[in-house]
Structures are given as C-alpha cells and as structure tokens.
Design a protein around this ligand. Structure first.
Ligand code: AKG
Length: 297
C-alpha cells in the first residue's frame, strides 16, 4: 500500500491562502518515525546500487569511490527502483494536497528526487523548478519536499524567497551542484523583478515533515557545514493530471517516455495520483506491495 498521509489530505482554505501568498506551505510531521527510518534506510541501499525491483532509477548522480566526496548526492525516479520510496512518491494524499493548493483537476507524478547532503557537502544553487519544464504543456509543477532529518541552517536546509513565485521565470541554471555563489542567480532575478533586498526563509522543521512549494518559487540550499550530521530529503514533483508533452525542446529524462506522434503522458511512467473525479492509476497499490506494475488482480 502507498502511504496514507492524513495531514496532507485535509488542507484548509487558510493553507491555500498561505501557499498563494508565500509560494510555499510547511506541514509538520506527516510521516511517523517508523516511516522516516524506513526511508532513510533506502538511501544507503539505493546509492549502493541495491534496487528492490531490479530497475535503475532514471538518474543516479554520485557513486561511492568514483564521485567527488563533497557534492550533494541525488537520484531521479527512485520510485521505479525502490518500493519504500514508491509508497511515499505515489501517495494519493500527496496528489490530493497538490490538487487542493494549485486548483488543478488532478495531479500526476512527474518525477521524484532523492537529496542526500552528507556532512561537509556543497550547496545546491537557488533555482525555479518550472525552468526545467519547457517540455510540458502547461509547464507547471508543484513540489512536496519531505525531510528525513531534522533540518537546520548549519546542515544546509532548504531556503525559499517568499513571494518570488511572482517574479518572471528564468532559463535552466548553469552549475547546479557546486556554485561559487549559490544565491547569485536568485539575486539577479530579484534585481530584474525590482526587489532590492531578497531575504531567504530557512526551513527548520523536524524529520518527517514536508514543504509544498510552487514551481516558480526560488529555492535551494547552502552547504552542509556540520561534520557529523546528514540532511536527507525526497522531493516529489507533480504536474497537472492532464499535462501533455510540448513541441519545445528539453526534458532529457522524461522525453525518453514520449511515444511517437503522441503528446500524451503514459500512466505507466507518469502515474496519476489523484483527480477530483476519482481517477487514480490502477496499478499503483499492487506495485507498492509487490513491485509488479499490473492493473490485473
Ligand atoms: O534538497 C535540496 O537541497 C534541493 C531540493 C529541491 O530543489 C527541490 O526539491 O525542488
């Protein structure tokens, strides 16, 4: 079974108002300590190349003994490899929260991203998620960023510039992983938007909490300066259920799954988590239990 996350199933009008105003919404303690522990254990397995399903994630950035030790490790679409990650990333309640906050008719999984900031690792440049979505129509996304450690400023927690989801959209950033000044692009965008002194908000919340953020908001993370503490998280990036592939270039991961002469997204690769009229991709629950993607019982 995918995870039920009741605190996300029941967002209120005040939550929508806060999300629209700031561009992000913090919801604390959505996961039990057991689930946090189970998800942490997947990080070690995944980066050691041990996959429940035998299938590789779509992107695997960082290998033990081969990659630089001081960069942030990440992986895309670990749900295809690991069933514990799948239970979180395919949760109906995540899709429902996304639908409530955006006003979409439903939400599908675009991609999950595993983020592992080991001690003494570098920054992730501030960026806007929507900059990466030229390959979709409409190019829209909302992210549910789930913490697996208590997050503090000194471990490079995520930081947001409240209200920056109303600034103009910028192109895909260069130097995502180890920038000299991880806030430089954001400061430039602020200047162009007429904002003189943009102030980041630092997310300091317990493990097992989440932040839902608009695709257009500027966010990223400082280095993890702690010598002995991890900062692990999972970003679940959702798109509208009825999104299509665009005619514009881009999407080096997701375009692999576009059929010839067909702009629709296949639910085998972009499952629908929730729609207001009751649709949910039928194989999800069986897959979360057995690793088999079949809608047949
Ligand atoms: O965890 C991080 O440092 C980056 C997260 C992020 O950019 C995202 O989930 O969209």
């Amino acid at each position: 079974m995918s995870f039920d996350l009741p605190r996300l199933a029941n967002l209120q009008p005040a939550d929508i108002e806060r999300f629209q105003h700031d561009g992000f919404l913090v919801v604390e303690k959505v996961l039990s300590p057991d689930r946090v522990e189970a998800l942490r254990a997947t990080f070690t397995r995944l980066f050691a190349g041990k996959f429940d399903t035998g299938i590789y994630p779509d992107e695997w950035y960082w290998r033990e003994g081969m990659s630089l030790p001081d960069v942030t490790r990440h992986m895309a679409n670990a749900w295809k490899a690991d069933l514990t990650v799948a239970r979180l990333a395919l949760s109906a309640d995540v899709g429902r929260a996304a639908t409530t906050l955006t006003g979409w008719s439903g939400a599908r999984l675009g991609q999950d991203t595993i983020w592992w900031k080991a001690p003494k690792t570098k920054a992730v440049t501030l960026h806007q998620d929507t900059s990466f979505l030229d390959y979709l129509d409409p190019p829209q996304t909302i992210t549910c960023w789930v913490t697996l450690d208590d997050t503090h400023r000194d471990v490079g927690t995520l930081e947001y510039v409240a209200g920056s989801h109303r600034w103009p959209l910028t192109p895909i950033p260069e130097g995502f992983h180890a920038p000299d000044d991880y806030r430089a692009l954001m400061k430039n965008a602020a200047r162009l938007a007429g904002v003189l002194d943009p102030q980041p908000s630092f997310i300091e919340i317990p493990a097992g909490s989440c932040v839902l953020h608009a695709g257009e908001i500027w966010h990223g993370s400082a280095p993890n300066n702690a010598a002995d503490r991890m900062r692990r998280s999972i970003g679940i990036h959702l798109t509208p259920a009825d999104v299509r592939f665009s005619d514009r270039p881009g999407g080096y991961i997701c375009r692999r799954y576009q059929r010839t002469d067909d702009p629709s997204l296949d639910e085998s690769y972009f499952p629908i988590l929730w729609t207001n009229d009751g649709h949910r991709t039928p194989w999800i629950e069986g897959y979360c239990k057995t690793g088999k993607r079949s809608a047949r019982r």
